[in-house]
Write a protein that binds this ligand. Sequence first.
Ligand SMILES: Nc1ncnc2c1ncn2[C@@H]1O[C@H](COP(=O)(O)OP(=O)(O)O)[C@@H](O)[C@H]1O
Ligand SMILES: N[C@@H](CC(=O)OP(=O)(O)O)C(=O)O
Length: 438
Amino acid sequence: MKVLKFGGTSVGSISNIKKVTEIIHDGESKIVVLSAISGSTNKLVEISEFIKTNQQEESKKIIQELTDKYLEVTKGLLTEKTRTEALEKYIYSLADHLIYLVENELNNYNEIVAQGELFSTYLVNQYLQEQGIKSRLISALDFMRIDKEGEPDYFYIQQNLSRLLNEKPEQEIYITQGFICLNNHGTISNLKRGGSDYTASIIGAAIRAEEVQIWTDIDGFHNNDPRFIENTHSIAQLSFDEAAELAYFGAKILHPQTVIPVRNLEIPVRLKNTNLPEAEGTLICNKVIGEGIKAIAAKDGITVIKIKSERMLLAHGFLKKIFEIFEKYETAIDMITTSEIAVSLTIDNPTYLQEITTELLKFAYVEIEENKTIVCLVGNNIIHHETTPQLFKILQDVNVRMIAYGGSNNNISLLVNTNDKPKTLQLLNDYIFKLNLV
Ligand SMILES: Nc1ncnc2c1ncn2[C@@H]1O[C@H](COP(=O)(O)OP(=O)(O)O)[C@@H](O)[C@H]1O
Ligand SMILES: N[C@@H](CC(=O)OP(=O)(O)O)C(=O)O
């Protein structure tokens, strides 16, 4: 069985839902994971933010926009009166519920942001059934659960998912929600923004799927960020390691954790374009093909912490002391460079920056630099490849704050000012891809 995930844009309009239907209605039994209609999770997050600050008028305006969008898609998609009425009733009671939360200042973020996926799956399932397709909606809240560390609870997921699949076998399509889950207390939670890809790969691992497919609005993984660079191209094949590095370092097309559940089970992940199903897309699997730089990605919102101490010189245990502080505040470090008297490291989550700084100040000088971007070059055995030294030519044109080279054979990372990101991506693109260095 395959698992097919369709993102927000794929379910974001009537015409796209019809394209999704054509793709999934091929006679084979499958699990279909859907995200919320594009833009709706952002609106739900805004509602939650406005509840926090008790901005009732603003919240109600967004609730109205969401209601209008949901009604528009429903009316444009469904033709049977009873189904349309059931959906309309659902939409109005969702609006009433959200207004109730607003008026009573009840900010349950997790419950609010879950509504996008709950609606899109309900709608698409009704549409498929109206088309006479054998489709069944199974709620992610009946099987998808994370433990207290936030990791998928595979035993629970497998048991419950197989029970639900066996309850009504012989469906062509089992639809479920991406992103949402239960936590270890059994209350509603989620897999973090963009987490529907992760849902698909967790399900893929749980059922030992033949393949996990991620359908979006572009024909696979591109060699550079298409939002900043023109004429990027799709990469036919990436190894799990290469894809994981690119996703972690900002390639938005894939949630960073997606490859984790499927890597050891060797379940391939295929990235496909809903608007161009015939395009090959990108196959992510265990095979490593070629050497050298395959793609560039960039991750914003990086903070540098420079820790300086005269006594660092020859002082063993200095780094241990630093790392223990980051461990205490559960803050991951992405890049690190050292000199005789200073250590610079980067974090992408500044939640505990103040607390970390206070503890570091007890034994060192600390400088903080914000608004940095990690630009990451990825490819098999990149650090040994003969063409890689070419990339250092760009250093004369860009202000590079830090370089990580050799931490892994597949990755070279450069830290630059976020303002310089487009220029850096373009320069690298010109040097590497236009000059055909790979
Ligand atoms: N290296 C890359 N390759 C392909 N797409 C990328 C890359 N980096 C960023 N993107 C962006 O990722 C988008 C798809 O991801 P996303 O918006 O999360 O889709 P969905 O809503 O379908 O989950 C593309 O439209 C593209 O702009
Ligand atoms: N709807 C959620 C989950 C998700 O994965 O969405 P998308 O597949 O559209 O990136 C979000 O916006 O974060």
